[in-house]
Each structure stands twice: as structure tokens, then as C-alpha cells.
Design a protein around this ligand. Sequence first.
Ligand code: GDP
Ligand code: MN
Length: 390
Amino acid sequence: MKLHEYQAKELFSAYGVPVPRGKLITNPWQAYDAAVEIGGERLVVKAQIHAGGRGKAGGVKLAHGAEEAAKLAEEMFGRVLVTPQTGPAGKKVGKILLTEAVDIEKEYYLAILVDRTAKKPAIMASAEGGVEIEQVAARSPEKIILEHGSFTGDLPPFTARKIAYGLGFTGKQAGACTKMIQNLYRLFFEKDCSLVEVNPLVLTKQGDLLAVDAKAAIDDNALARHPELRGLRDFDEEEPLEILARRYGVDYVKLDGRIGCMVNGAGLAMATMDLIKLNGGEPANFLDIKGGANKQNVINAFKLLTADERVEAVLINIFGGIVRCDMVASGILEAMKEIAVKAPIVVRIEGTNAAEGRRILKEADYPFIVADSLADAARKVVAALPGGKR
Ligand code: GDP
Ligand code: MN
């Protein structure tokens, strides 16, 4: 679950990480009063969308005085921002954070994330902040500091200090930076984050350290033990089909291609997507109906995947270990009674009651394309795409 900047900043504050003063507004009429309340000569108007790169897309604007801040905020509401992280459709601005503007001396980068290779939390930092960190990583990897964290909420002080000095801080600022890293680490750990990112971490002209931007994501699997965080989910920012999938209890991730996939087992689903790509196609989704799926699951999953209007061909790949293939087959037919599917459907089913499952599909009114191996299925579904590969 991704958080908005304003939500992440509230968490930062609760953990003693300094952020600029700010106020969230959810409609244009609040803009002027909020700007007056924040006060000061200069303010920043910041679109709250679940994507970075807002600055370059016009989603972060500097204003002089409350009047201009209000005007800029009014103009920003309802606009669609397209950033490298939103995809071409962009995201509509429905919430805006107004903050005091800080005088920037230098911008830094700081993030805590899960290093899957090292199987540890990692702290990444760079004195080249503000810009996209991927660019720094590609151009000058030596400018990125990487340290691994512990498996308790407390990062050893020497690790935090090493990073602070690595960024070039000394004296009082090194102390402030060390404390900030330790506090963010505690936040990352205690709230079961998959990511905490501060870009830029700012050294102000007055010599203070502030988190001017804040990003955080919570591991969905840990939300059960964080009732205090559940309310932070912004349904406006989420893919409607993914919201539905959570309700159905299937793992679904929407992607950009035209081939809808329905698979049981995450590993098999990954392999299926790989094979589709290998054959020149693009999957429209990742969908794992899970090992012990029942008929209702199959029906729900099938509806979900065909609800995506970009789906022009479907690949069903079931290995019946725990799940029974005949049950899957009749689930598909049942779902198709309710929804008119026009897309060609390639089916590969193997395992428990596979022959019975294939018979059910062959006897159905719909012209299923039955494949005899996973590789064959991937080839067939790409070939079945109207208008060829893409
Ligand atoms: P992002 O583009 O979505 O990452 O949004 P950020 O919050 O990181 O803002 C983008 C850029 O705007 C920052 O890197 C800063 O250069 C600039 N910016 C943001 N807030 C301030 C501020 O308070 N003062 C000044 N001078 N610049 C700011
Ligand atoms: Mn940023």
C-alpha cells in the first residue's frame, strides 16, 4: 500500500523526523485559508498523487504569498499529471499539500528498502539528491552509499553515522543526519514498510536538515497487524480491478499487454508471463487463483481478467495439484454464462482430472483452443491475438 507524501510526512513527524510545515487541502476553496495559516513569504503547492517526478510535470509549484499559492492550487486541482511513474494515462489531482518553502542549500537522497538479494533491509543514500536516483545509479554508481540494516528496529549508531559522514556531513549536521536515519529506520521497521524514501533530504541555508519530500509504502501482507494504518489507503489512486481482486482473495496485478492470464500458483504465473513475452506477446495481467482455489474463485478470477477491456486473448494455464481441473473447467463455463467473452481462449490444463476438464471444455459451445504444453499454449495465444503480436 502506497502512501501519499502528506501521509508519509505525518508518520515522519511521529518518528521525530523533521518536515516543513504544511496543510492538506481537498478542494480549491480551502486553498487561500490554508495558505494564510501556513504563512510566510514563499509556499510550495504540491499535488498529492501516488507517483514521483511531480516537479517536472507541473505538480510542484513555488508561490510567493498566500494569494499566489491559492491561485496555483486552484489551477492544479483536477489537472491530470503525467510523470514517468504514472504511465501515459496520468493521474488526476484531487488532493494538494501546501507547505512552507524552505531555502535549499543542498539536496540529498535517502531511502530504506528491502534488498532482496542480500535478504536484508538496506539504506541507500547519495549526496546527489533531488534528481532521479536511477540516473545517478546508472551514470555514477560510486556516488551511491549502500549499507545494510539489522533485524531489529534499531539501526546500530555506527551504521547511521557512517552514512551521515559518507554524505559529507560533519559536526552538528552529522548528528542530525544520524538521528534522522535511525528514526526513519525505526519507522521502516515498526510499520512494516517496503520502502521509505526522502528525495530530496534538504540541508537548508540555515543549516537544518528537513525531509522536503516523503514517500512510503507499507507491505500489504503486514496490514493485518497495523489497524492504525489501514485507513490510509487511497482508493482513488488504486487500480479498480486490483481493489476487486483483494476482495476476491486472488493475487492480481494489472499490466499493459493484451493477453489476459489466469494461472494457479505464483511461480507458474511468472513462468507463463515469461513464455508469453518470449513468444513476442505482452501479458495484460498477473493472476494467481492460488493452489486451493474453489469454483467461486475461478468464476471471480475469470470475471476479473475479462473485465479488463484491453484483453484481446486469454491464456488459462492450470496445473491441478491441489485444485481439480474439471472444477476449473466448469468454473470457467459458469463464469462465461454471465459474461459475454469474445476473446479467443487458449487453455492448458494438466494434473488432477485433466482429461475430464478438457472434455468439459471440448463439449462446450465455445471454441476453446486447447494446448498440449505450456510452450504450445504461449505460442497459440500470441498467434490468436487479433491483428498479430504486440
Ligand atoms: P517530486 O518531483 O515528485 O519528487 O516532488 P518533490 O517534493 O521532490 O519536489 C521537486 C523539487 O521541487 C525538489 O527537488 C526541489 O528542488 C523543489 N522544491 C520542493 N520543495 C521546495 C522548497 O520548499 N523550496 C525550494 N526552494 N524548492 C523546493
Ligand atoms: Mn521528490
